[in-house]
Design a protein around this ligand. Sequence first.
Ligand SMILES: Nc1ncnc2c1ncn2[C@@H]1O[C@H](COP(=O)(O)OP(=O)(O)OP(=O)(O)O)[C@@H](O)[C@H]1O
Length: 237
Amino acid sequence: MTALLEAEGVVGGYGAADEILKGITVTLAAHRMAAIVGPNGAGKSTFLKAIAGLVKLKAGQVRLAGEVLTGLPPRGIAARGIAFVPQESNVFGSLSVRENLEMGGYLEPRATVARRVEGLFTRFPILAEKRRRAARTLSGGQRQILAMGMALMVEPKLLLLDEPSAGLSPKAAESLFDGIAAIHQEGTAILMVEQNALEALAIAEEGIVLVDGRVARTGEAAALAADPEVRRLFLGG
Ligand SMILES: Nc1ncnc2c1ncn2[C@@H]1O[C@H](COP(=O)(O)OP(=O)(O)OP(=O)(O)O)[C@@H](O)[C@H]1O
């Protein structure tokens, strides 16, 4: 079986600091969910951006279903089925919830957009309830749901989530993780970077521990979360 996502020997970073990622190899099968965890500054967010085409690769390759993505602009990568939800500024504050969702699908035919918006309203009743409200009036958790909803408007094969629970209360984070688990159960592959490592590993199937730009451990998420050495060395106890 061809892996959905293959990152091979990925080296990259920003400007002069072009080796934040020091050779990362990761694969993800279709419909699977992996959580990327590890200490601050390990390069977790940078790795997601490298997959999305927002960080230039100095070496290595990224493939989706066997097709090489390396060198494509972010738009080209998105068109092939990868949707990236950044940590911040991921909704249009002055637009309504419905308009934000419509923006997410602006390249799709109108009837498709209408159908998918209705589907998201069913999946996330809070979005239906607030459909006419400006996105800036939503709570942090609701805004993250909306940002994921916008990404889902193109029915991506792979959803990249950059610290979706950042800044949320524990209760809001829990509810957000329920939403992410539901999206995954409906068949979308997810690669998620999280500070809330144990919560993320609890809903993911696979775990990837990044430390200083390298893969320190990979494995079944539940096994990693239960491993005392992983907890002590990489997850802060
Ligand atoms: N736009 C940028 N320009 C230059 N350096 C950056 C930029 N963004 C991040 N870095 C640096 O890259 C390194 C890795 O950052 P990254 O955000 O990927 O880490 P992380 O593992 O996601 O950790 P955190 O949870 O703290 O965000 C850090 O040293 C950071 O200072």
